[in-house]
Design a protein around this ligand. Structure first.
Ligand code: SAM
Ligand code: SF4
Length: 332
């Protein structure tokens, strides 16, 4: 067994996205249905298991962890997890500990997260219009997320905003989002909606290809290619008028799998080596079956070797989702 996690295509895994809950206080229309049923709590990895799994992966070369969900800040022991994983930042084994959040709870947590060693976070925000925010999130309160953004910046966290490109929404919101984000020193990343999970609406009606949105943006803003690679799937452009950056994540229209160095673990401990993978590998059984990490490492090794070359999503009108699993199971 090599210490490092290298897949069958020679890609070395360095980045873990760890979902800590499938629960959420919002019900974004592109993510889940209004009547979604969440998992019983006993199915989720507990705090010790999350810590042990993360630490085992750090020993195998993972140096960046993004905590996600569902809404990660809804977990009662979330701060304890950040504080505990912070020891790997202090030792230098972990380069970065970060999070994706909808921001609604962030005003309460921002200071403590910064104290635990978090330096940057992603906050999801699709609109600056309170009524549209309530419609997209099904009753969410924009003011809470805005307060979360403010608290995060006040705590010294570097914030990046994520917006899912939605037809009929983002075309009208994009100018305000750019001005808001760049006016506060934040990058803005746009994401194409992916066919994960069943919705109450036809996803084909929501899908707005980023090539189309970028052409629209170019009429108002001066966009210049940025020759910076963050190692992630986003391609960045700089907006001449603001000096800020816009990232484009295009899993639908162009995929970015050749350089993928990431794996994902669901809140129940299933390891997915690709967002498009169906079953995943059960690490919870390996964690619960033995106090030694041997079985866990063997299960991880087997899964990594099966990492597919890439994903291939397609959104068809009235089509079935590529996967039954919504994005909230594995997070983004
Ligand atoms: N609740 C947190 C949040 O919203 O930031 C973390 C989990 S959420 C699933 C992570 C990201 O996935 C969010 O930026 C969200 O907008 C995005 N997302 C959710 N469903 C998506 C989909 N079907 N296609 C593309 N992005 C999606
Ligand atoms: Fe919740 Fe995030 Fe999904 Fe919205 S995108 S419903 S905030 S998990």
């Amino acid at each position: 067994m090599s210490v490092f996690l290298t897949d069958g295509y020679g890609r070395t895994i360095r980045y873990l996205r760890l979902s800590v809950t499938d629960r959420c206080d919002l019900r974004c229309v592109y993510c889940m249905t209004d009547d979604v049923v969440f998992l019983p709590r006993r199915e989720l990895l507990n705090f010790e298991e999350l810590d042990r799994l993360s630490s085992a992966l750090i020993e195998r070369g993972v140096d960046k962890i993004r905590i996600t969900g569902g809404e990660p800040l809804l977990r009662k022991d979330i701060l304890q997890l950040f504080q505990s994983l912070g020891r790997h930042l202090s030792s230098g084994a972990l380069r970065e500990l970060t999070m994706t959040t909808n921001g609604t709870q962030l005003a309460r947590f921002a200071q403590a997260l910064a104290a635990a060693g978090v330096r940057r976070i992603n906050i999801s925000l699709d609109t600056l219009d309170p009524a549209r925010y309530a419609a997209i999130t099904r009753h969410g309160d924009l003011a809470k997320t805005l307060a979360g953004i403010e608290a995060a910046q006040a705590a010294g966290l570097k914030v990046k905003l994520n917006a899912v490109a939605l037809r009929g929404v983002t075309e009208y919101e994009i100018d305000d989002l750019i001005a808001f984000a760049h006016g506060r020193g934040m990058d803005l990343t746009l994401i194409e909606t992916m066919p994960l999970g069943h919705l109450d609406v036809d996803r084909a009606d929501q899908y707005l290809p980023l090539d189309e949105l970028r052409s629209r943006m170019a009429k108002r803003w001066t966009l210049a290619e940025v020759d910076e690679h963050t190692g992630g799937p986003a391609r960045y452009m700089r907006v001449g008028e603001t000096g800020g950056r816009i990232g484009f994540i295009t899993p639908m229209s162009h995929n970015f799998c050749e350089t993928c160095n990431r794996i994902r673990v669901s809140a129940t401990g299933r390891l997915y080596t690709c967002l498009g993978e169906h079953g995943g590998a059960d690490l919870r059984m390996a964690l619960r079956g033995s106090e030694s990490d041997d079985k866990l490492n063997a299960a991880i090794d087997r899964a990594i070797l099966r990492k597919p070359k890439g994903h291939d999503f397609e959104i068809r009108r009235h089509g079935e989702p590529a996967l039954e699993r919504p994005m909230s199971v594995l997070g983004g």
